[in-house]
Design a protein around this ligand. Structure first.
Ligand code: AMP
Length: 282
């Protein structure tokens, strides 16, 4: 594996690459979820690049960038093990030099779910991802369905701006008890870790209600709200049932509906999602 830290190095490394190139953008502190994306990229491409960059721009003023977990040496060892050919680890100054002033903005799908409490987050995600695409010129880029809205926003950007690459979404990788893997899970203490299970339990409950014929969003949301409230240290940010394409709220479930959850457990904000009524037409 080649570790590249400067843009000119990456440019020259990219020029020497032939065949299909895959990219897995990450913020590091790699876990099995990230590695499942890398494995998929390795299987679909001739060469795989993985970027590790904690993008300061996408953290809001009240979000703790300094506390974001990091372990670059550990990440590089894991990336090497799963077959990454190039690890791209740019510095903030390289990505955002003096007088940087451009942004990529996606208008509608960014306004729902996490966009409500993080109004500039997705523009910053799109901007950094567009930069990573321009720098690494991948044929295919892999993202996790765990960050469903992010995957939706990036897919929209790629279509709208005629970016010449394919976006692939990979299913959420979970701990054996169902908790979606996340770098942020490392912030949970043992009691909070137990409460964090409320997200998966909520999705299971919603699945059961839908299987029994429930179609009213309000009834499903209320049941989930009661369930989450029964777990200590939890605070609900949102429980949303929405159209899986537009992310607009739905009152009545018809066909596939996205259940998206954001819950604070202690100080850690966790998100998860599932598609209810999978395979059913809207
Ligand atoms: P992050 O480092 O959190 O920015 O995540 C980098 C990529 O890994 C994103 O595309 C995430 O959606 C994806 N990812 C994070 N956690 C998981 C997971 N548990 N399962 C699958 N993909 C994940």
């Amino acid at each position: 594996m080649r570790r590249v830290i400067s843009l000119p190095e990456l440019r020259s490394a990219r020029l020497s690459l032939t065949g299909k190139v895959g990219l897995v953008p990450t913020m590091g502190y790699l876990h099995e979820g990230h590695l499942s994306l890398v494995r998929r990229a390795v299987s679909e491409n001739d060469l795989t690049a993985c970027s590790i960059f904690v993008n300061p721009m996408q953290f809001g003023p009240k979000e703790d960038l300094a506390a974001y977990p990091r372990d670059l040496e550990g990440d590089l060892a894991k990336a090497r093990q799963v077959g990454v050919d190039i690890a791209f680890v740019p510095t903030v100054d390289q990505m955002y030099p003096e007088r940087f002033e451009s942004r990529v903005s996606v208008e509608k799908v960014t306004k729902h779910l996490c966009g409500l409490s993080r109004p500039t987050h997705f523009d910053e995600v799109c901007t950094v991802v567009a930069k990573l695409f321009n720098i690494t010129k991948p044929h295919l880029a892999v993202f996790g369905q765990k960050d469903y809205q992010q995957l939706t926003v990036i897919s929209r950007m790629v279509k709208d701006l005629n970016m010449d690459l394919q976006i692939l979404g990979v299913p959420t990788y979970r701990e054996p008890d169902g908790l979606a893997m996340s770098s942020r899970n490392s912030h949970l203490n043992s009691e909070e870790r137990k409460s964090a299970l409320c997200l998966k339990k909520s999705m299971d409950l919603a699945g059961e209600m839908v299987a029994k014929g429930e179609t009213r969003s309000a009834a499903i949301k209320k049941a989930i709200e009661d369930l989450i409230r029964s777990y200590p240290y939890t605070q609900i940010d949102y429980i949303n049932l929405c159209d899986p394409v537009t992310l607009e709220d739905v009152d009545t479930l018809k066909g596939e509906t996205l259940l998206a959850l954001a819950v604070r457990v202690g100080k850690t904000r966790l998100i998860d999602n599932c598609v209810l009524g999978e395979g059913e037409k809207r």
